[in-house]
Design a protein around this ligand. Structure first.
Ligand code: NAD
Length: 702
């Protein structure tokens, strides 16, 4: 079993976890709170110990381990950092996504896997960011780089505060109910097998004790003021051992801490950092950035330009200054907006070029470079309308609109993209429209141009990815001269362009890391639009071309959007398509991805899945004890290339595996990674634990 080094950057999650006040209290009890901190354990005026967050999303750690393919028998939690963006609510939902950030090689001491996750609430508000370090004690020497040296200079003086505490001998039994069911903290036999004299405290439980101590001393009664906490888990601690949290306050908003075993003086949590104070929202700031906004002489473009300048950007205000249908030209609109920006102390420069020509596009970008030295942001916003029902739409109407919206975006984006590529940074916005996304009578030209921009973005986001160029598309809804005779007056009154601005500004900021997305924005509502692809159906058997009648029969399956996917790019879609070639047509027809419906089916399929070559010299017997309605007992014996499967039990099997039927089927159908099943306690393994890892090598089920 080797680490999966290609997994860096692959998305993990979303992992969703709903919780109530009971979970908050259970956690508090798990980390030693009691009557003297009633605010953590009584639902009346309940407060949340912020480290509750990480305990509740512990599945992320297991999924991280599974993604990295770390050897479970050697897994340890190395370091933990949590940065809080908002106070943790007393009930709600955590939605966590993350990825492996890095691998480091510790040689004989193992490997380090660093994972990062962001947890949001059900409304998409960012709650906290976690950086987790796992140590895979059995995965070292893979040829990776050494970890960067991390040091924290503790003051030479005695700590400013010492908080004594004593986890109970049963502490892990309560703590584990918050989510970390790993056998190491409950099963004496398992603990002995992996080298401990008895089950040990969860490192994160000790961190919870430390967090209580830090809050008590530095922000009493205000757990909502914890901004960041981090530590290294340096030594195991047995339950019932008294501890001391040693705290050095190094500034008005920061302390360093250690937790020591009060009996031996051993440091069990080291390099602790604790930052506190009001939680500040990360400010979106454009100081040092140069932005080009096309069509910024009025409407939405003006609103973008002004807010960008207010937040520090240097802005090129482009506008041809023509009429609504694109005829004519005037310098006044762009100049007026530049004057407005200057009047409020911002920096801006006008440009009067036509986006719909190659020279115009080039000159707009050149103006930015000549005036301000670079271009970080491009908002393609210029637009005109030439509406008519399609029957009356002559080529002038068609081409005029295509020229400004689609070709104009091309002419400006190309020179901008080249410069951004050179800089290794860029943010580009295309402006689409609900007319293009959904259709609108009398706007065939405009709809076609506006949706073409989505295709343009889809590819540009791929080409820009390597250079940190993010490209997104926004469909605004706002009162402007373009919409004054389209929307009713009461909508126009409420549709200030300013409502669209915050989303666009976030998307062009360096805080935004999404690319290739489409959003609606208007009237204070913001939502995402996707191009979704249904699961579909494989209708070709043995390469034959299906008949139109077969299409008709299966049309409901073809049209179904159940469990639709949003593909990142063509390759992802093609990979799915090609994998359907291996699906049996009937399985695909039912839209099923699972194969096994009972443990019996699994064991019946094992002989076919057996990899005889891999079993040379192997002599093992696995006893499967599957509980539940469809459960039973099976013995799988492998002896030098021979496989023997029988129902029942045997004495002294090499390894015994116990599971509930439902979990067993999830695991066999690829829905539950084996390692996650094990670490979460769904799969119990006794006997020779290491031999269980042979199963994946000896059988290929899917
Ligand atoms: P607007 O007419 O106020 O702004 C468009 C600006 O683009 C004008 O100032 C115009 O002079 C300028 N312009 C037109 N052709 C140009 C060219 N060839 N070169 C340079 N500048 C040019 O209208 P708005 O509503 O603010 O529209 C901004 C963008 O938002 C447009 O792309 C529009 O299609 C899109 N949009 C607006 C809405 C809405 O509800 N307002 C809805 C969907 C999409």
């Amino acid at each position: 079993m080797a680490l999966n080094l290609d997994a860096i950057g692959e998305k993990i999650g979303p992992i969703e976890k709903e919780y109530s006040w009971r979970d908050v209290i259970l956690y508090a009890l798990g980390v030693g709170a009691g009557f003297d901190e009633l605010e953590y354990v009584y639902e009346k005026d309940l407060k949340v110990i912020p480290t509750f967050s990480i305990a509740t999303i512990i599945d992320f750690l297991f999924e991280l381990g599974a993604k990295a393919n770390v050897n479970t028998a050697g897994i340890l939690h190395g370091e933990q950092e949590i940065v809080f963006h908002r106070p943790i609510p007393t009930e709600g939902k955590f939605i966590t996504t993350g990825q492996i950030k890095n691998y480091y090689d510790l040689g004989d001491k193992g490997a380090i896997i660093v994972g990062e996750s962001v947890t949001k609430d059900a409304k998409g508000k960012k709650l906290f960011t976690s950086t987790i370090t796992i140590i895979g004690r059995l995965d070292g020497n893979f040829g990776g780089k050494k970890p960067p040296k991390k040091t924290i200079q503790f003051p030479d003086s005695d700590p400013d505060f010492v908080v004594e505490d004593c986890p109970s001998p049963d502490q892990p039994l309560i703590y584990r109910l918050s989510g970390d069911l790993f056998a190491l903290h409950v099963d004496p036999e398992f603990a002995r097998q992996v080298g401990f004299k008895e089950p040990i405290m969860h490192g994160l439980c000790t961190l919870g004790f430390a967090c209580r101590a830090l809050i008590k001393t530095l922000v009493p009664g205000r757990p909502d003021k914890v901004r960041r906490i981090s530590c290294r888990f340096s030594k195991p601690l047995y339950p019932g051992t008294p501890i001391k949290t040693l705290i050095w306050k190094v500034s008005d908003d920061k302390a360093l801490y250690r937790v020591v075993n009060a009996k031996t003086g051993d440091v069990v949590l080291d390099m602790g950092e604790f930052e506190f104070g009001e939680l500040v929202r990360e400010k979106i700031d454009f100081t040092g950035k140069v932005a080009v906004v096309t069509g910024a002489g009025g409407g939405l473009g003006r609103a973008y330009a002004i807010e960008l300048a207010k937040r520090g950007a240097k802005v090129i205000v482009n506008d041809l200054g023509g009429s609504r249908d694109g005829t004519g030209a005037s310098k006044t609109p762009a100049q007026k907006v530049v004057d407005e920006i200057k009047a409020i102390g911002g920096e801006a420069y006008p440009n009067y070029d036509n986006v719909a020509t190659k020279e115009g596009g080039e000159n707009i970008v050149k103006t930015a470079i000549e005036r301000f030295g670079r271009i970080d942001i491009l908002i393609n916003n210029a637009g005109i309308l030439r509406d008519k029902s399609f029957a009356k739409m002559d080529p002038d109407m068609w081409h005029g609109v295509m020229d400004v919206h689609l070709n104009g975006a091309y002419y400006v984006t190309r020179p901008a993209f080249l410069k951004m590529k050179e800089q290794g940074y860029g943010r580009i916005i295309f402006t689409t429209s609900a007319a293009g996304l959904y259709g609108n009578f009398g706007q065939a030209n405009y709809s076609a141009a506006k949706l073409a921009l989505v295709g343009f973005m889809n590819t540009l986001k791929e080409e820009g990815e390597k250079y940190n160029i993010k490209v997104n598309t926004v469909a605004p809804l706002a009162a402007s001269r373009l919409t004054q005779d389209i929307f009713p007056k009461d909508i126009l009154d409420k549709a200030k362009p300013e409502y669209v601005v915050p989303l666009v500004l976030y998307l062009v900021s360096d805080k935004c890391d999404v690319s290739g997305r489409i959003y609606n924005a208007g009237l204070g509502t913001y939502n995402r639009v996707v191009i979704g692809t249904g699961p579909g159906i494989m209708l070709s058997e043995k390469g034959e071309v299906p008949s139109p009648e077969k299409i008709k029969e299966n049309f409901d399956y073809i049209c179904s959007l159940k469990d639709f996917k949003v593909y990142k790019n063509l390759t992802e879609q093609l990979t799915d398509l090609l994998s359907s070639l291996n699906k049996k047509p009937d399985l695909a027809a039912k839209g099923e991805s699972t194969i096994f419906n009972s443990p019996n089916e699994v064991f019946a399929a094992l002989p076919k899945a057996f990899k005889k070559d891999a079993s040379k010299g192997v002599d093992v017997s696995f006893l499967f004890k599957i509980s539940g309605k469809s459960g039973g007992e099976w013995v799988v014996k492998i002896s030098d290339g021979n496989l023997d499967i029988t129902e029942g039990v045997i004495d002294n099997p090499t390894t015994t595996l116990e599971m509930e039927d439902k979990d067993f089927l999830d695991m066999m159908n690829g829905k539950l990674p084996a390692m996650q099943a094990y670490t979460s306690g769904k799969l119990k393994i006794s006997g020779d634990i290491m031999k269980s890892q042979l199963i994946e090598k000896l059988f290929k089920l899917n």
